[in-house]
Ligand binder design. Structure first.
Ligand SMILES: [Zn+2]
Length: 422
């Protein structure tokens, strides 16, 4: 079987790992810091970058394969720190129906396609924040990618995620009370159950622990904090003790503050954060993952928003939070909530960040250098430097001038393997 796969990969022109060296010759190289360097080249040997600099200055092995990328800028592989490979857009199938009606096997097969589309779009790393009812399916998807069985980005996974009992979805109020339905995350009540869930998820393969600090379970479906402060504290403590970082879904100011005080590493969404709460995040170095594309997508699906038209209330709230966080010096990492919208289009998040005030350079850094810091992978990923893993993407033009270039991907390399070359 393994031989068959290798043969197939060779036929597809994808398996180049055996090549001794590859020299990439783009128009310019953006290493992850300031302006792109024109006339630079990058040498890749095996999985790693072994030289970066002016093309004439590199010592290139005589048998190196040369790949010319004229007119293109080479950038580090992009990262989306908030994805759901096991979800697909809600205008195709509502979230409740995905969780209740789609078998996990079927969702896993969709995820295989989602992973391939993501990698083709230049996103070489995802932090995938919860399977949304698909149990531990992400563990196997990650394994299949790592073993080279299926193409996809490297994944950091959160498995089931953690919610307070009866606060998440499918919301019990919408269904028969005499039946129990699958839930979108693991339910806990009390410190003991919260700690146990962390340990279970960690043991099954979670790289990150994710919990929902609030959700729409208040009167009339309003968002309210869900877990208690003690439960949040216990989750963070157990996760950190196990060497795992914690991401908190939180949209209301109260829940964001509680999660930050509990010591979470990243706040997801954060749309309702007050100035005082963002100041607290800046002070405590809690990272903000704004997911700006999600409200655009749900406004399109459910509120008749048309792209380019006047923003909906939820989009305005997201824009306010993003601009306030940026003004107050909160670290912002790129995370889109892709899955809510189509996989392979995570670059929409970078477009939004620039539309709302970031420079293209700042947005690119949030999806490369900064993202790598957040996931503790700066020694391996997020920049173009000697010794780092060769996750490299070539885009048309100069993305530090026109961020739209990130939607014009022409070449993708992951771990030193060419996985796309138009
Ligand atoms: Zn999400």
């Amino acid at each position: 079987m393994r031989h068959l796969l290798v043969v197939l990969a060779l036929i597809c022109g994808l398996a180049r790992a055996a090549d001794p060296a590859v020299l990439l010759e783009p128009a310019a190289v953006w290493t992850g810091d300031s302006a792109p360097h024109s006339g630079w080249a990058v040498l890749v040997e095996g999985k790693r970058i072994t030289a970066v600099g002016p093309a004439a200055s590199l010592r290139v092995p005589a048998n190196a394969r040369r790949i010319a990328l004229p007119g293109k800028t080479l950038i580090p592989g992009l990262m989306d720190l908030h994805s759901h490979v096991l979800l697909h857009p809600y205008n195709e199938v509502l979230w409740d129906d995905q969780v209740l009606k789609e078998p996990i096997e079927y969702r896993s097969m969709l995820a295989v396609r989602h992973a391939a589309l993501t990698l083709q779009s230049g996103f070489t790393t995802l932090r995938d924040l919860g399977t949304e009812g698909a149990e531990y399916a992400d563990v196997s998807i990650k394994r299949a990618i790592d073993e080279g069985i299926i193409p996809g980005p490297r994944l950091l996974i959160a498995t089931k995620a953690i919610v307070a009992t009866h606060t998440y979805g499918p919301a019990p109020r919408n269904y028969r009370h005499d039946h129990a339905f699958p839930q979108g995350a693991q339910e806990v009540t009390g410190v003991d159950e919260a700690v146990k869930a962390v340990r279970e998820q960690a043991a099954h393969g979670a790289d990150w622990i994710k919990f929902y600090a609030d959700y729409r379970f208040g009167p009339n479906g309003t968002a309210r904090p869900t877990l208690s402060q003690e439960e949040m504290n216990a989750i963070v403590q157990a996760a950190h003790q196990s060497g795992r970082k914690v991401a908190a879904h939180a949209a209301t100011d109260d829940a964001i503050r509680m999660a930050v005080l509990a010591g979470v590493d990243t706040i997801e969404h954060g749309y309702g954060a007050s100035e005082a709460t963002f100041r607290l995040m800046a002070e405590r170095k809690t990272v903000y993952v704004p997911t700006l594309t999600a409200p655009e997508a749900t406004s399109e699906y459910f509120q008749k928003y048309q792209r380019g038209g006047p923003p909906s209330a939820s989009m305005q709230q997201a824009a306010r939070a993003f601009q306030l966080a940026r003004k107050l010096g909160v670290t912002i990492a790129c995370g889109s909530d892709v899955g809510v919208f189509a996989h392979g289009t995570s670059a929409r998040e970078l477009i939004w960040m620039v539309k709302l005030g970031m420079s293209p350079l700042e947005a690119l850094r949030s999806a490369t250098v900064v993202a790598a810091q957040v996931i503790d992978k700066s020694a391996e990923l997020g920049a173009i430097q000697n010794g780092l893993l060769a996750d490299l993407v070539a885009v048309e033009g100069d993305p530090t001038r026109d961020i739209g270039a990130v939607q014009q991907v022409r070449f993708v390399m992951k771990n030193g393997e060419v996985v796309r070359h138009d």
